[in-house]
Ligand binder design. Structure first.
Ligand SMILES: Cc1cc2nc3c(=O)[nH]c(=O)nc-3n(C[C@H](O)[C@H](O)[C@H](O)COP(=O)(O)O)c2cc1C
Length: 367
């Protein structure tokens, strides 16, 4: 008799993984992961906006051979999918960021490490042979940030995503009610300054880590960051074509259309609603990544049709981690990739180039 299938094996979609993770993760950490800012209107809209985009599939196309392979910063990846940076993954599973890295490695997909990670960037680098990017907050201590970038560069980080939507921390009211704080025993290791504290006694992420973000940031600071490393810089957290243009003018090689998973400015648009105009502003000049509410392979197809080179997922990685560590993240990535390949067949396209060529003829707003 074969062993009964595990709950992870029985999960058929990301929502099933979310249910498993909700039961496995400590409630205040779960609230930290799931919450959005203030009334969570942007959070709610982010998922819904993708679903409103209809896919005008083609019939009678030979789709027997198809591939999601694409190129991101000179590296071939099997699917236009990236693990977005999310803070403190060890709250979801003891193996945290290394489990995510190993799952991305097995899938050949890029991971972007959060600078608020609970594992050192060198350990994470050692856990994956797939592309590893790192998210950067330009801190008030620019010398510290510069040395972090140089350290990451030397360790083999392949691209940096500088976050533009966090001049100050957004307010997540669930965390306020819960008195959320970095759990004892976890360290935001990459942001520890020589001689500084190693614990995080402050309530919320704001207190002890307030120096790690900077309300004075301007495009000049992006230019400076570009001068610190030869690796590609993406600017993450943009929703306006003029800002995407400014990012490229500042030397960035990528723009990451994002509202931080609805966790910063509540009222910000859904990325599905601004992607096409943002991508058009930098077409041919920058790699375009988009995130926010991507939950199905059809959403990846929609994102590519609207001009993205890759779609990224934040919470789905945490759901996989909570549901089953590395195996859970592998499952989340496999679900998204499998659905994307199936969606391509059903839409009558054979690959990313076909989706791009059809563009907004393939994916259209209702009506
Ligand atoms: C729990 C959590 C932590 C996050 N931490 C970071 C972070 O440290 N740096 C960053 O730039 N974005 C961070 N983000 C935003 C994600 O990178 C990404 O933009 C967002 O999660 C995408 O939306 P999705 O969760 O709907 O996929 C975080 C998001 C979540 C949910």
């Amino acid at each position: 008799m074969s062993a009964p299938a595990s709950p992870l094996d029985r999960a058929v979609n990301l929502a099933d993984l979310a249910d498993l993770a909700a039961r496995a993760i400590e409630p205040t950490a779960w609230d930290y992961y799931r919450s959005g800012a203030w009334d969570e209107t942007t959070l709610a809209r982010s998922e819904a906006a993708w679903r409103e985009l209809e896919i005008h599939f083609r019939g009678m196309v030979d789709v027997s051979k198809r591939s999601g392979t694409t190129d991101l910063f000179g590296r071939s990846v099997p699917c236009p999918l990236v693990a977005a940076p999310t803070a403190m993954q060890r709250m979801a599973h003891p193996d945290g960021e290394c489990a995510t890295a190993r799952a991305c490695s097995a899938a050949g997909l890029p991971m972007c490490l959060s600078s608020l990670s609970t594992t050192s960037l060198e350990e994470v680098r050692a856990a994956t042979t797939a592309p590893l990017w790192m998210q950067i907050y330009l801190s008030q201590d620019r010398g510290f940030t510069r040395s972090l970038v140089e350290r990451a560069d030397a360790a083999g980080i392949e691209a940096f995503a500088v976050t533009a939507d966090t001049p100050v921390w957004g307010i997540r009211e669930r965390d306020m009610r819960n008195g959320f704080r970095v759990p004892d025993g976890l360290r935001i290791v990459n942001l520890e300054r020589p001689g500084g504290p190693t614990g995080h006694s402050g309530v919320g992420i704001g207190g002890a880590l307030s120096w790690t973000i900077d309300a004075t940031l301007t495009w000049r600071d992006v230019e400076q960051l570009v001068s610190w490393t030869g690796k590609p810089i993406l600017v993450k957290g943009l929703c306006r074509p003029d800002d995407c243009h400014a990012a490229v003018e500042s030397g960035a090689r990528g723009v990451w259309i994002s509202n931080h998973g609805g966790r910063q400015l509540d009222g910000a648009p859904a990325t599905a609603d601004v992607l096409a105009s943002c991508a058009a502003a930098v077409r041919g000049r920058a790699t375009v990544v988009v995130d926010g509410g991507i939950r199905r392979g059809t959403d990846i197809l929609r994102a590519v049709a609207l001009g993205a080179d890759a779609a990224a997922v934040g919470r789905p990685i945490l759901w996989g981690l909570g549901a089953g560590g590395e195996a859970g993240v592998s499952r989340a990535l496999a679900m998204l990739r499998g659905e994307f390949e199936l969606a391509m067949a059903l839409a009558g396209v054979r690959g990313v180039d076909d989706i791009r060529a059809l563009g907004t003829d393939l994916v259209r707003r209702r009506g």
